[in-house]
Design a protein around this ligand. Structure first.
Ligand code: ADP
Length: 382
């Protein structure tokens, strides 16, 4: 009974409040319409010239009104995720816009963020200009690729200095030993031989460092030539004949005629030479190494493959990804192939990527390895 009374009371009270609130709500609606109209009236005009200029910019650009509303933005600003509807998405960008509006001055800054969760971090260089009347212009450039390249270069320089110290240190120690052994001809011969080995290793390292850094700044696809895969494979095999002979390795080539790719012949030949040299180095005396080129027929994409196979020592599964890193060498290989730098496969991987292709490895310890360079086939458009 008491509960019923409470319910009735609540309903009556609710109705009373509802009725009383109606004029208030109507008034609020009118006020909000007035504010919107007022806002539209007070929002300064963005000139047609500014709109046209923003449309032409390659950078992302947006004009923000006095109430933080985006009045205009170009497609790049939207693809970079800076604008959604009439809202600025990154909080930091909104802060900068407000600061510029308050101070009436321009400013530049670097911003870092993700377009969406799980997406890579985007690095932006932003410039903000207060245009007066509460309008602010923001221009942003995506510097992610540049920042990543700088990081790679920094790492590379760090790695290089570390790797150069080892042979230089060894040469110094050997030279000291040689100095102390001047009256022992046998020791002099031994130390000299090791000195020559270390010097060769150092020059090989320097040559590969130069090769890799040249590759990194040389895009083979900027001015590509039509490259004959026959020529690449034959030239690479010829360059490795002597080394194969020295290790009594049987070096064979099975070349499918007429295949072509777009790119740089020298870079591609160097990549294949690196693969053949490894196949010879990491195989026992008298092993077999073969170079095969083909255009897989069952492939949906049109690719050309250059495969280098050996029946050598093979590579453990957990090492197979790491061997493409710069300076990475499987531990047992250190003693095995004197003069190895750990850069050969990094060069192959870079060359493959720069040509729009890839390199992969199949390998089984004790059985051998096959490295396959896969490159987009040249589409003759005559
Ligand atoms: P490097 O040969 O100068 O050490 P690479 O970058 O060419 O450097 O190769 C990295 C490592 O991958 C080598 O040290 C070796 O351990 C392994 N490797 C490369 N090719 C082969 C191969 N054909 N068979 C077995 N191991 C290989």
């Amino acid at each position: 009974m008491i509960e019923d009374v409470e319910v009735v009371l609540a309903v009556v009270l609710g109705l009373a409040i509802g009725l009383a609130a109606m004029p208030v709500l109507r008034w609020l609606r009118v006020l909000s319409r007035a504010t919107q109209a007022d806002l539209a009236e007070r929002t300064p005009e963005v000139s047609g010239q500014l709109e046209a200029t923003i449309g032409l910019l390659r950078s992302a650009a947006l004009v923000v009104g006095p109430y933080d509303e985006v009045l205009m933005s170009n497609p790049r600003a939207r693809t970079l995720g800076l604008v959604r509807g009439s809202r600025i998405v990154p909080e930091e960008l909104l802060d900068l816009v407000r600061q510029a509006r308050r101070s009436g001055q321009g400013m530049g800054s670097a911003l870092k963020g993700r377009r969406e969760l799980g997406m890579p971090v985007v690095e932006l260089a932003v410039r903000i200009v207060a245009l007066g009347d509460g309008l602010v212009l923001a221009i942003a450039d995506d510097r992610s690729a540049q920042v990543r390249t700088d990081e790679i270069k920094r790492d590379f320089v760090g790695n290089v200095s570390h790797e150069l110290k080892t042979p230089v240190g060894a040469i110094r120690v050997l030279a000291e030993a040689l100095e102390g052994a001047y009256d022992d001809p046998e020791a002099v011969r031994r130390f000299s031989a090791r000195l020559i080995t270390e010097t060769d290793r150092l020059s090989e390292l320097i040559a590969q460092i130069i090769e890799l850094s040249r590759l990194q700044s040389d895009d083979p696809m900027l001015q590509p030539s039509v490259v004959s895969v026959d020529d690449v494979a034959r030239a690479a095999v010829d360059q490795c004949r002597e080394q194969a002979l020295a290790r009594s390795v049987q070096l064979n080539a099975a070349i499918a005629p007429g295949l072509t790719v777009l790119g740089d012949e020298h870079q591609l030949t160097t990549a294949v030479v690196n693969l053949i040299q490894n196949a010879i180095n990491y195989s026992d005396l008298g092993a077999r190494v073969s170079v095969t080129t083909r255009r897989p027929v069952d492939d949906d994409d049109d690719f050309v493959e250059i495969a280098v196979s050996d029946n050598g020592i093979g590579i453990a599964p957990d090492e197979q990804d790491r061997i493409f890193e710069r300076f990475y060498r499987v531990d047992y290989a250190r003693g095995r192939a004197e003069g190895g730098t750990g850069l050969g496969l990094a060069i192959v991987k870079h060359t493959a990527g720069a040509h729009g292709g890839s390199v992969n490895v199949w390998s089984k310890p004790g059985q051998g390895s096959t490295f396959t360079l896969r490159l987009p086939a040249y589409q003759d458009e005559r």
